[in-house]
Ligand binder design. Structure first.
Ligand code: PEP
Length: 250
């Protein structure tokens, strides 16, 4: 089976109602040629998911959340459940982003509980993994990522419900990127890990690269055998840049 690339934007804590025209510019640029080659997903802040879902209806652009709680409901002030994301039109949810692992002390076990919540309601989960700079320098990048994969991905995940995003922490928002060979090596290691655990489902699971992807470096970073798309932060805020990256596929 061929894995259909996914071009995903993570708007992080950026975006007001006034930002929705940028989303419309992205959906307006999702041409027939792009639709033939790749899926488009935008994960705006939770406050915009409902309106974003309404606005992209019928365009093929998918909408996702950036995080969810592990429980369906309850006394968890400020948190948002997977059920709530689904209710306002999300079909994907990112879990275990390194900013959440760092800012909120999220462990692999917690990320897994969130991923299980996403699966429970029928969301596709994007599980983020990636090493810190000192871990790479110590030669531990692959071991760190393997441990995150083992601890963060639920047993029930399938190729249809799981996407893995490899995001080296030191490359996020910094303009720094790994070499083409480093990306290839890590994605190969992730593929092997997924295949050992999930068999054919692991072979068919999409693995995204994320970390300072821009139109200028996209070809080198994402046109590789085990790279099935990109998770894009800063460059997803401008339709021109997001579409420039996606056009690598046509
Ligand atoms: C991200 O946060 O998922 C990300 C990849 O950010 P950036 O593209 O800005 O490095």
């Amino acid at each position: 089976m061929t894995r259909r690339p996914l071009v995903a934007g993570n708007w992080k804590m950026n975006g007001l109602a006034a930002s929705l025209p940028e989303l419309m510019a992205i959906s307006g640029g999702y041409s027939a040629a792009l639709k033939a080659k790749a899926d488009f997903l935008i994960c705006p802040p939770a406050t915009l998911i409902r309106e974003a879902s309404v606005q992209v209806a019928g365009t093929g652009v998918l909408i996702g959340g950036q995080d969810c709680h592990g429980k369906a409901s309850g006394a968890h002030t400020g948190d948002i459940s997977a059920e709530m994301l689904k209710d306002v039109g999300a079909s994907y949810v990112i879990v275990g982003h390194s900013e959440r692992r760092a800012d909120h002390g999220e462990s692999d076990a917690l990320v897994r509980a969130k991923a299980e919540a996403g699966l429970r309601v029928g969301l596709v989960i994007i599980v983020c993994v990636g090493e810190r700079k000192e871990q790479r320098e110590a030669g531990k990048a692959v071991a760190v990522v393997r441990e995150q994969l083992a601890g963060s991905i639920p047993d029930a995940a399938t190729a249809a419900t799981l996407v893995v995003a490899y995001e080296p922490v030191w490359a996020i928002g910094t303009g720094l990127t790994p070499t083409k060979a480093d990306v290839a090596d890590m994605h190969k290691a992730i593929r092997e890990t997924l295949s050992q655990r999930f068999g054919a489902e692991g072979q068919n699971t999409r693995i995204l690269y994320g970390g300072s992807v821009k139109p200028e470096n996209a070809r080198d970073l994402i046109i590789q055998p085990d790279v099935d798309g990109a998770l894009i932060g800063g460059a997803s805020l401008q339709a021109k840049d997001f579409l420039g990256i996606a056009s690598t596929y046509i």
